[in-house]
Design a protein around this ligand. Sequence first.
Ligand code: ZN
Length: 488
Amino acid sequence: MNFRKILLSALISFMLLTSSMVFSQTALNRIKQDIFVLASDSLMGRSAGTKYGDKAAKYIFSRFEENGMEPKYQSIKTTTTEKNIYAVIEGSDPILKNEFIIMGAHYDHLGYKTKTKSGIIDTIVYNGADDNASGTSLVLELGRMIAKNKGDFKRSVVIIAFDSEETGLNGSSYFANSEDRYNDVIISKNTKLMMSLDMVGWLRQSKKLTISGIGLLDNPYQYFDKLSLKGDNTIKFKDFSRSLFTGSDHMPFLNKNIPAFHVTTGIKSPYHKPGDDAELIDCEGILELTNYFYDVVKNFANDEKVKPSGKNPAIKKPIPYNYWGFELGGGNNDHFYNKGNMTGKSDFLYSGGFFAHFSLNGYLAIKTGAEYNYKGAKRYETRVKAHSVSIPAILVLKAATPDNNFVLSVGFGGFYENILDSRATVNGIKVSHYLNQNLIGLQTEFELRVFRFVYGISLKRSLTNILSDPTYGKTNQNSTTFKIGYVF
Ligand SMILES: [Zn+2]
């Protein structure tokens, strides 16, 4: 830390103590103050679980109070001082006040590191002004505006400053999974929408606000209708967050199937670099966004039904116990002659069809469907090719993992097969059709299902005679099919 920085940090600490004297209390000055205090060197990069993180938390707590909210600490780990700070601003509607809109921003950042250059120790502080003093200042000011006008909001609004985002979304995860209550109502379970404001301090430079995740709601544009930003600043809506799997504080909420947006002015700022400083922040832009989100939150808080669309890429739909799908197969087929010393030779088999799988209980299921087959059979110089449709009825014995994602099964049953058309040739010369049209037989199947993919072997043997010409005696048709399938 050089002398200039020490002086600056001392000055800011002084300003912190005397903030009400230094700044006249306009909204813009409050935002400026929050950015400059949180991103000052005296807070050493606000790393979660450190005394500097704790200092930041205390400052934020007092700012909640000054802004007319009643904040609470929520410790997220018992071993360290990591904590969220939040306040509930109660809604005005006797019923809807038990539902919540959460506006959150993480306040922690990366901390600092020391470097020794020719014997001199240099401290490099990651001030994290855009990431995410900006979002913190926004939700603090937004909370102030809403608390002042809380009669205008039917649902309750939760303003929250998350800790420990940079170390793995710990603060937001804790809140999304916590059973913290307000008026005996569990907040996380009754949240209609969450928004994570992360890096919102570069509006002037990026000229763009990006709101990701609106595809999680039914008819989402109604909430943003008629609202816009000043000048040539645009708003870009995305159905889902592209950084869904690395994500920000909205992720833990998505994982709990709570609709959650990610809001940012982008990563034009020196992202995760020591240069992410307060002087570069567009505080007027933050104020404009605060006013914008005041209106947006009001729309969400007052709409009778904020309905999820049912689409959430973070949630993998479990495979139900009853399902259907399709299968494609390949293998071989032959005709087995019981009479004399005639022998059949196997030939090709292709199949494709649909199946349905109905569970009777955890161990037993019935499988049926309809399968088209194209297959051949050979004997000496005679070759038969036939098209058919087969309908199985199989009792399946299965062993499934509790999540039903892995299933190993064996099935026994029967099939009915209808030969649609057949063609016989001797040395390539066509001879008359000679297969029976209707067949019944036995079918055995071994199957492995991994998530939605099915791998299996099916063995079939006809019990009725495949040949219509009595001179050959009784002839069975045998087939082996290797299948791959997909469950819808
Ligand atoms: Zn961030």
